[in-house]
Design a protein around this ligand. Structure first.
Ligand code: FAD
Ligand code: DHB
Length: 396
């Protein structure tokens, strides 16, 4: 079989790209290793930047998001037992973010893809694993893949986009001698919970505490999503539900007696933290997007939003090619993405280091963390910098 754009992976990056291409009238085929239910229920990110929300609306995926998404006008930092609000619109010329889970974004985009397929577009192929991208630097790259029954096939493409996440196969098609990767690991992970209890606070709370970082987030007006810093290799099952709540309560104690609300925990899991960038993000007619090219630690909620920025950049570049015949924007794809990616890497790294306690660091670093937080909550320029980064870096 043959198509214009072959896409590996139906996470947020691959699904949004398929939608953007469909709307632009460019044919694509999307291959996904897992089944539909798995993709729709994988609990991950929760914050959508303004630009992400705008992009979803613009391609027709905004209906449920506009009904169910929660618009947030700021965040709070909690340290030394006091809470400090950072308001976004007043610091960013009106920008906000939205709580709408990655699971819901994926469900909405899959639904649109299913109806496009019933109108004649190629179907989304679940339980179909890409094995390798061949001929990336040739005029006709192809994807070798395996269906559920074990049969191997080849999809011939004009362009291939690897949206297959950090553990995918697309990145390996860029020759090692042309590749350079930059990486940092961290001596801590996040234990994340979902709980059937209304959020304890209207805004998200990012809390620094000597016992470790805590984030109070939410999924809806009835479901809380919280995270606590834990040592690497922690088994989520080693934490009893009440122990988790006790720890959250200790780390979010305030002088005014405010307390986190407890409720039944319905899900818990541990996420390791990593910073990673692969350069370049393209090779010949192969383009990498999202976690396939870069990972950020979750503090600051950039992962999903970066993936969205990449696929918008690719979609604009290929639309330009189709309209004008010029490959100029495709050739600039990697450089254009990497500028934005490194700004998000910097922000995520700074947020992570400002808020987590590193068991290998001294009290000097504790003092610097407090000084950084104090600067942000007392200085308008510092607060503006944080608010601009949190609400999103512009696309080139
Ligand atoms: P993914 O969502 O990883 O999608 C890649 C897709 O490719 C998957 O569906 C996978 O099954 C498929 N695939 C892989 N290999 C193949 C193959 N060979 N053939 C076909 N398909 C393949 N970000 C935040 O902002 N906040 C968070 O709280 C947060 N929590 C996270 C928790 C975890 C455990 C992880 C892993 C990430 C988290 N992130 C979070 C990051 C965010 O979820 C990602 O940045 C986002 O999912 C990136 O989207 P993507 O489409 O690039 O990749
Ligand atoms: C969420 C995750 C984040 O990493 C973050 O910074 C904010 C919110 C969340 O899952 O709700």
């Amino acid at each position: 079989t043959k198509t214009t754009v072959g896409i590996l992976g139906a996470g947020p990056a691959g699904l949004l790209l398929a939608r953007l291409l469909y709307v632009a009238g460019i044919e694509c085929v999307l291959l996904e290793a897992k089944d539909r239910a798995y993709v729709e229920h994988r609990q991950r990110a929760g914050i959508l930047e303004q630009g992400t929300v705008d992009a979803l609306r613009e391609c027709g995926a905004g209906a449920r998001l506009d009904k169910e998404g929660l618009v947030h006008h700021g965040i709070e930092f909690l340290f030394d037992k006091e809470r400090h609000a950072i308001g976004f619109p007043e610091l960013t010329g009106g920008r906000t973010v939205m709580i709408y889970a990655q699971t819901e974004v994926c469900k909405d985009l899959i639904e649109l893809q299913v109806s496009a397929a019933s109108a004649g577009a190629p179907p989304l192929l679940f339980e179909t694993s890409a094995l390798a991208v061949d001929g990336a630097n040739s005029p006709n790259p192809s994807i070798r893949y395996k269906t559920k029954d074990g049969a191997e096939h080849t999809l011939s493409c004009e362009y291939v986009v690897g949206c297959d996440g950090f553990w995918g196969v697309a990145r390996a098609a860029i020759p090692e001698e042309l590749s350079k990767s930059y990486e940092r690991t961290y001596p801590f992970s996040w234990l994340g919970i979902l709980a059937d209890v209304p959020p304890s606070n209207e805004d998200l709370i990012y809390a620094r505490h000597p016992r470790g970082f805590t984030l109070l987030s939410m999924r809806s007006s009835t479901v809380s999503r919280n995270y606590i810093q834990v040592p690497n290799d922690t088994d989520a099952n080693d934490w009893a539900d009440e122990e988790i709540w006790d720890e959250i309560e200790r780390r979010t104690e305030t002088k005014d007696g405010w307390k986190v609300k407890r409720g039944p925990i319905t899900q818990k899991s541990v996420t390791p933290m990593r910073s990673y960038v692969h350069e370049p993000m393209s090779y010949g007619r192969l383009f990498l997007a999202g976690d396939a090219a870069h990972i950020v630690p979750p503090t600051g909620a950039k992962g999903l939003n970066l993936a969205v920025g990449d696929v918008i950049t690719f979609a604009n570049a290929i639309k330009h090619k189709v309209a004008t015949g010029s490959e100029e924007k495709l050739q600039k794809y990697s450089d254009n993405c990497l500028r934005r990616v490194w700004q998000a890497e910097r922000f995520s790294y700074d947020m992570t280091n400002m808020l987590h306690t590193d068991p290998n660091e001294s009290e000097f670093v504790d003092k610097l963390q407090i000084a950084r937080l104090t600067r942000i909550v007392t200085n308008k320029a510092a607060a503006t910098d944080t608010a601009q980064a949190y609400t999103g870096f512009p696309l080139d």
